[in-house]
Ligand binder design. Structure first.
Ligand SMILES: NC(=O)c1ccc[n+]([C@@H]2O[C@H](COP(=O)([O-])OP(=O)(O)OC[C@H]3O[C@@H](n4cnc5c(N)ncnc54)[C@H](OP(=O)(O)O)[C@@H]3O)[C@@H](O)[C@H]2O)c1
Length: 338
């Protein structure tokens, strides 16, 4: 039985976003507000971003009738199930991520595990707080990898993204040069005007030559790739010997890419995947709390994520379309109570 802050702190029913079918259009439906069980909390959502991982999940959602999208967001804990942590979070403003496919952040309320909620610092607003889990923790993870594997400089692809901007910021803080790869001239200009020193355009004819020159010059032996497009094989061939390649996204949507096995063997290249969920599980609660403190500190100072639009739940489809039409212009937020 949920421990409510007081009676009637939340309504019996709520609005939530659903999919017509896997990969289909989004619409809003009135459903019963979920009740938190042991170890769970009910969050009254304030804001939730549209992230590439949300789109990937929506494409493969099998049980569309019971699926509410939205992996991360922010809100206030209005009810708590049994347990110390749920009670501790009751009444707190939190950043939260979804635990269950049937209760996502694109809704007025979400039930999730208390362990997937982290209090938001007073200097971080609900909108920035809504984006404080997925990308900031990934950026922190990247620099932990760079430190553990002793890389002197790193390379990041799709670098005009929100995550790309964080990687650049953390690179400056850690004194680790970042080679930013983008795919349009306007993105090169945007990054350079915001202070990035090393920016390469993957659409330019001399891209691979420039990558080979710059990565060897800076000894950039760690490539983070979220694109996984056809040029990846050639990019790998351009890296300094002994490099690591970390695949963390599949923005190109390609199922298979060609990599010359000799370029891996001759140059002693390692390739592996990065998934924040698995890393957070391995990290454990204490390390996750410490990393969240770091995120809170960064977001209270210079880590600010650009927002291009805010939409009510009823306009979820417009929100996704707006985001897809220009992903580098900033995040799109779903704001249930506007
Ligand atoms: N593995 C993990 O645990 C993890 C965690 C966090 C984030 N990620 C991944 O990190 C990436 C960035 O996320 P984000 O939220 O920061 O993104 P975002 O701010 O929403 O921006 C997406 C970026 O990707 C670019 N892009 C889209 N399709 C592309 C393609 N086919 N080739 C090259 N660039 C492309 C966009 O450029 P245009 O404007 O030119 O389209 C835009 O700059 C995503 O792939 C996401 O899934 C992974």
């Amino acid at each position: 039985m949920a421990e409510k802050m007081s009676e009637k702190t939340y309504p019996e029913t709520m609005k939530a976003v659903f999919l017509e079918k896997p990969g289909g259009k989004l619409f809003v439906k009135e459903v019963s507000t979920p009740v938190p069980g042991p170890g769970e909390v009910l969050v009254k959502m304030s804001a939730a971003p549209v992230n590439p991982s949300d789109l990937a999940r929506m494409r493969k959602a099998e049980d569309a009738a019971a699926f509410i999208p939205g992996i991360e967001g922010s809100g206030a804990v209005v009810a708590a199930g049994k347990g110390l942590l749920p009670r501790l979070w009751l009444g707190k403003r939190v950043a939260c991520s979804s635990e269950y496919t049937y209760s996502g952040t694109w809704a007025e309320y979400m039930v999730t595990k208390a362990g997937k909620c982290f209090p938001i610092g007073s200097k971080v607003d609900d909108e920035q707080g809504a984006m404080s889990l997925v990308n900031p923790l990934t950026a922190i993870g990247f620099f932990e990898i760079a430190r553990d594997e002793r890389h002197k400089a790193i390379i990041n692809n799709a670098a005009a993204s929100a995550l790309g901007r964080m990687v650049e910021l953390l690179g400056k803080k850690h004194n680790i040069p970042v080679i930013n790869i983008v795919r349009k001239d306007e993105q090169v200009r945007m990054l350079k005007s915001s202070g990035s020193e090393h920016v390469l355009n993957s659409s330019a004819p001399d891209f691979i030559d420039n990558l080979a020159r710059l990565s060897n010059e800076l000894n950039a032996t760690l490539l983070f790739d979220s694109t996984c497009g056809p040029p990846l094989g050639k990019m790998i061939g351009a890296l300094p010997s002994g490099s690591s390649v970390v695949i963390y996204g599949n923005l190109s949507g390609e199922d298979n890419i060609m990599i010359n096995p000799r370029s891996l063997i001759d140059n002693d290249i390692k390739i592996y995947g990065f998934f924040l969920g698995a890393r957070s599980k391995k990290n454990g609660m204490l390390k996750n709390i410490l990393n969240m403190r770091e995120v809170s500190r960064l977001m209270s100072s210079d880590m600010k994520i650009k927002i291009q639009g805010r939409f009510p739940l009823e306009k979820a489809q417009v929100a996704v379309d707006t985001y897809l039409s220009d992903m580098s212009s900033g995040k799109v937020l779903l704001v249930p109570m506007v």
